[in-house]
Ligand binder design. Sequence first.
Ligand code: NAD
Length: 374
Amino acid sequence: MSAPSPRSIPGARPIDGRVRTAVVGTGNIARFHAQALLDLPQRAELVAAVDIVPEALNAFRELHAIPNGYTELAEMLTEQRPDLVHVCTPPGAHRTQVEACLAAGASVLVEKPPALSLAETEKMAAAEGGANGPWMATVFQHRFGSGVRRVRALMDSGVLGRPLVAACHTTWFRPQEYFDVPWRGRWETEGGGPTMGHGIHQMDLLLALLGEWTEVSAIARRQARDVETEDLSVARVDFANGAVASVVNSLLSPQEESRIRIDFERATVELVHLYGYGDDDWRITPAPGFEEEVLAAWRAGEHGVNSGHHAQIVQVLDALREGIAPPVTSTDTLNTMRLVAGVYASSFEGRPITPAELGPESAFHDRMGKGRSL
Ligand SMILES: NC(=O)c1ccc[n+]([C@@H]2O[C@H](COP(=O)([O-])OP(=O)(O)OC[C@H]3O[C@@H](n4cnc5c(N)ncnc54)[C@H](O)[C@@H]3O)[C@@H](O)[C@H]2O)c1
């Protein structure tokens, strides 16, 4: 996972003073971005908002006291010259907007999923600014609670031993009305179903903890909803460190939860939450004989930070101010998108898939499942 320590990066350009920020897309998730920025006045000023729907834009500006509003991203970029743009539009708009921001010299924090395909995400990464230019970071806010950093520290110190088996389950419930929003449930505009749009958070967290994956076998199905994409996927993922994980992404589960569980040689570590977690949502169960050592390390580890947009945005702003790499770099993002593509490729081709098979020659490089029927 991205460590909060300084790194040399493409995109290092320290900012003297407060970061000038703008939000593009003023719907549901944009509120979390705006609130985090308003809660961090020493680090950031929110100078502008952009939305193609004037009523949405005006209501958002009023709610968050944002001085400038635009219905055209290009105009905002020219007039405001922001340091950082928060891209909170539907996924189908991300690629062109991220590229426009980077071309204008602004770094970007883009909502998940970063784009509709691996190919699009690679193009966005290629548009980053090199040695002194702007960069792109992706919102994967569950990497940022103290709980996950505590687990990572215990893993790195060897207290937990080797990871052996894991479960990564995003079992949520979305009724048919949820898909009334025109961009949802369609390959063309959402890029995929719960694998791409919902479980991607937990899958990203799993990769942040277990590292490089080597093979995936999966099924993706439309089981109950009237949508174009899958509403369920079930996968087995192998990791280079020898661990194996079951990954379930469902929008059909009345008892909703987000769960990551990793059985290490010396303890089980488990996180159960829904849309965000605090320290109390983590549980550790030492193996017999390791109680004292494991529990002492667990108690001594980092505490006190809930996962969420605020926790990630603090680090994104600090990265810009210090001229260091943003947390969740484009490389991290591509790793996660590659696993998403692997789930679809395995399901549609009916065989195990390795990351090496997802290059430009793969049909799943350019599109997750668009044009295919389930
Ligand atoms: N990180 C998370 O936990 C999380 C949670 C929910 C949604 N999201 C992601 O956030 C993004 C937005 O989701 P949402 O639920 O806020 O959607 P939404 O439909 O509520 O809001 C999208 C807004 O973007 C505007 N918009 C659409 N096209 C535009 C364009 N070309 N230029 C400017 N504005 C445009 C719309 O008018 C709308 O106001 C999606 O990528 C979604 O997956 C992330």
